[in-house]
Every structure is written in C-alpha cells, then in structure tokens.
Ligand binder design. Structure first.
Ligand SMILES: NC(=O)c1ccc[n+]([C@@H]2O[C@H](COP(=O)([O-])OP(=O)(O)OC[C@H]3O[C@@H](n4cnc5c(N)ncnc54)[C@H](OP(=O)(O)O)[C@@H]3O)[C@@H](O)[C@H]2O)c1
Length: 321
C-alpha cells in the first residue's frame, strides 16, 4: 500500500515507519520540516515530503497518489492558553485532513488519538475527543473509512516519558510529583506500531476504535521510583497534594516550552488505564514496561557512569566506583 504518515518525524513515527517498511509498504512522511525527518531517509521505500498540514492545498497535494493516511500529529502542550492551540493542531487540522483525503481520493485514515479522549477538563483530552467526533461523522456519512487508536502513555528507548523522569532524577536530589497516584498502563511503541500495521491489513477495520494498553498498570509515583531504582540513584520522590500539584502546573505554565502545565495536571486527573485492550483484539500480546525498559535504562546508566569516569580521569580526580 502507499501510506502517507503525517507527523511521522517524531517518536512514534520513527518506529511505525520502520515497521510499515518491513511489512512492504511504500511510505511518504509528511512533515513541516523535511530536515527533522532526515533520519528516516535510510528506511527502505520511504520518501520525505515537506508540506504544511495547516494549509488545505498543500495537504491535498501531498496526499495525492496514496491509499491510506495515518495522522500522528499531536501536542502535549499549547503555546498560549485557553485551548486555542490544541484546537488548531488536534481539531482544525483533522477537519482539514478529512477534506484533503476526499479531494485527493485517499479513502482511508488511521487516526492517533489518546486514551480518555473527550473526557475530563483538559483542553488536550477535549480536543482529542472533538477530533474523534469529526472522524466518526465522516465515517457515518461514508465520506471516509477510518480507525481510531487510543493509547495510554507510550514507552520506548527514545520516548519522552520514562526518559524525561530519568533525566530529571539524574540532575535533582528531590523530585516533587503532581498527581502521584494517577495510574497508567504504559504501552510499548513497538506494540503500537504493530497495531497500526495489523489494522492496515484488516479489511473490516472501518469504524473501529482500539484502546492500546501495556501489560502492567503503574501509579506515577511507583513508576518514577522504579526508574530511580533502575538507575541506581538515591533520590527523594515526593507526591504532592492536589493544591500543590495544581500550583506546580500554574508555575510551569510560565516556563518556556512548558515541561509541565496546568492542562497536564487536569489530564492526570483521569487514570490512563482501560479494562479492554485493543492490542489483544488485534492478536498482539502486550509488553510491560518492567519487561523491556531495564535494557535501555541500564545501558544509559552505564554510559553515563563511563562518561563520568572519563571526565574525572581527564581532571586527574579519583573516585571509587
Ligand atoms: N508519546 C506518547 O506517550 C503518546 C501517548 C498518547 C498519544 N500520543 C499521540 O501519538 C502521536 C505521536 O506521538 P509522538 O510521541 O510520536 O509525538 P512527537 O514525537 O511529538 O511527534 C508528533 C508530531 O506532530 C507534529 N506536530 C507537532 N506540532 C505540530 C503543529 N503545531 N502542527 C503540525 N504538526 C505538528 C510533528 O511533525 P512535524 O514536525 O514532522 O511536522 C511531530 O513529529 C501524537 O498525536 C501524540 O499526541 C502519544
């Protein structure tokens, strides 16, 4: 199949494009900045196409000649406040994508959404839900065939979830944690990529929604403590009561790049877990975080220790390992 992957230059895109290529598909990575996707040029049967997903004409042109579109575009935080940024990237873009698919005669869309889409108070989840509604309306009217994927947090060697906590733990003796009891079912990025590929090969997938969860459920605090122990660090992890967690979100709202935000705090109010797991429906046995992550956490830990000893050796210092 000729598959167009929008937002494919990121974390999930890298894994999905390699898996699609291995399955024999021809892939076009649609990206705003071709140079950000250059690491994918070496993947067989993969082409990089620079396009503007916020412009109907550019998007339609880029989609022409493809059988399927996959939308991986998403943001965890908007630049401003009030939800406008989330609506632009999650809702307006999907509305345009549906029109562009029809114009370019691309009959099928695989949409990456999120577990709990449409629930709660966060603009992130609300905008995800609004995008899903748009797609379901297009499916019901026969305008498009579509499948929706709702993952919990996705982990992998190059993720920005486990690695972010690992990075923070390395530099800070104390880690204050908002919503420490929030629960997740982290799903392995390889399982997510496999779900998309299996769905592509399923002729009856139109209109389906798959939740994607890992084999384990963790509270946020358990998870961060586990990462700390894997890294062999001695750090204090403090679960914040909600009034302090909310305050932490408000403070980080003002930090450039928003490493955490009041909208993230609101998303964390709903557990990212599910009683049914679409991976099983797709015949995929999910991995758990504790089964896979030690390999890359341990190698990162070893590399960091090695670099530290090299630095010390250069300075002529000595330290017992
Ligand atoms: N990672 C997770 O834990 C997780 C969990 C649940 C759902 N998801 C969803 O899964 C999808 C892929 O996640 P990921 O971790 O791979 O994310 P990612 O690495 O941040 O990649 C997302 C892609 O979205 C595009 N993008 C970002 N801002 C944009 C904007 N303002 N306008 C247009 N495009 C924009 C970028 O594409 P270009 O720069 O190439 O244009 C980027 O490559 C996202 O929709 C995400 O919300 C992820």
């Amino acid at each position: 199949m000729k598959v167009f992957v929008l937002g494919g230059s990121g974390f999930v895109g890298g894994h999905l494009i390699r898996r699609l290529s291995a399955a024999g598909h021809d892939i076009t990575v649609g990206t705003r900045y071709a140079q950000d996707a250059r690491h994918l040029r070496i993947v067989p049967r993969t082409t990089i196409s620079q396009c503007d997903p916020h412009d109907l004409e550019s998007l339609t042109q880029a989609l022409e000649g493809h059988d399927v579109a996959i939308n991986l575009v998403g943001i965890l935080n908007e630049r401003g406040f009030g939800g406008k940024g989330f609506r632009r990237v999650h809702v307006d873009l999907v509305e345009r994508l549906v029109i562009a698919c029809e114009a370019a005669k691309v009959g099928r869309l695989l949409q990456m959404s999120s577990l709990n889409a449409g629930q709660g108070e966060s603009h992130y989840l609300k905008s995800r839900g609004a995008a899903e509604s748009l797609i379901r309306t297009a499916v019901d009217s026969g305008q498009l065939q579509a499948t929706i994927f709702q993952p919990s947090t996705i982990f992998g060697p190059d993720d920005s979830f486990v690695n972010r906590f690992a990075g923070l733990l390395k530099i800070s003796p104390v880690l204050p944690l908002a919503r420490p009891n929030a629960r997740f079912s982290p799903v392995y990025v390889g399982d997510v990529a496999e779900a998309f590929v299996r769905d592509l090969e399923d002729p009856d997938s139109n209109g389906k929604t798959y939740t994607l969860c890992g084999a384990e459920v963790w509270s946020l605090k358990e998870l961060v403590e586990w990462v700390r122990d894997q890294l062999g660090l001695r750090r204090l992890i403090i679960g914040l009561p909600d009034f302090l967690g909310r305050l932490q979100g408000l403070v980080f709202d003002l930090v450039p790049g928003k490493p955490f935000s009041s909208d993230n705090f609101k998303s964390l109010k709903i557990d990212s877990v599910s009683t049914d797991n679409g991976l099983l429906d797709l015949g995929i046995q999910p991995w758990g975080l504790s089964q896979l992550a030690p390999t890359w956490l341990e190698s990162g830990h070893r590399q960091a220790r090695y670099q530290k000893y090299r630095r010390l050796a250069r300075r002529g210092d000595r330290e017992e390992p």
